[in-house]
Design a protein around this ligand. Sequence first.
Ligand SMILES: [Zn+2]
Length: 318
Amino acid sequence: MMHKNFLLFTLAALAVTLCFADDDSEPWNYVIADKSKGPDSWSTHFEECGGSKNSPIDLPTSKDELYGEKAVGWDMHKWNKFNDWTVLNNHYTVKFSLENEGIMTTKGGALGANYEVLQFHLHWGANNRKGSEHLVDGKSYPMELHFVHKNEKFTTVQDAVSSGDSDAFAALGFFFELQEEDNPDLDDLVEAVKAVRNETNYQESGVKVNVSEFVSSASRSSYYRYFGGLTTPGCQEIVLWTVFTEPIGISADQMEIIRTQDDNSYGVDFFREVQLLGSRPLTLYDTNYSPEGYLNSAETFQIFNFLTFISLLITRFF
Ligand SMILES: [Zn+2]
């Protein structure tokens, strides 16, 4: 009996090992317990993952920890169009690569250069209490979407990577927040994810998605900006980051479709832990910013009330 159990255990262990050896081509993963490939080992194999300007980071809301700037408008060319995407489920993310490179561009937003969209992909976790890469005052969102762009001054992605320039790439991050109802603007995205969630099909080409359908539901008038890196190995510090403060709505059912994989041997949390901001400046661009500070409508109302109170005092005593 003892021998039989031992044999079964050995066979099971071998099957797991083979499974990893066959399917897991990446020399890294998100599994914390995996000491050879997990996040704790990234900087051993990829030196830049131990750098001082890595991503993601925890974004503070306290104005004392931020530089303020007036938000600059965005010029998102061909975002509002049903472009063709190749959708790939690589078990760490679902990636949508633009088939006609250079067609979608992003300008403005105080980026300082013009950028071409290459791809977008998703980060999520085992449940709705985690999943985003960036945090806001330590708070996670259930999902974060990243649009990855190449600075248009570089002809190829390889040129951009090897330049080592801190703004060689630009990433735009959008948080997702749970809402009661399904968000119909996400239908095409969710359907595309479903199509590559089949154990015999991990890739689809010519998938038509109009990203402005869901992106435009989040206001682009308030966004964080800092210099950071790729959030996956090799973690090169060549990314100008933008993270929008207003999330996109998603239902628990839609999150469940995105989260459910046919193969969980790659882990269940597909986001990197936050890294230290260090001495890097972090700026919040906001349409409500003025050189005297931020004025939101509640504060404006309080000032108005205070002035009314003073004027009442003046009328009463003089
Ligand atoms: Zn990402």
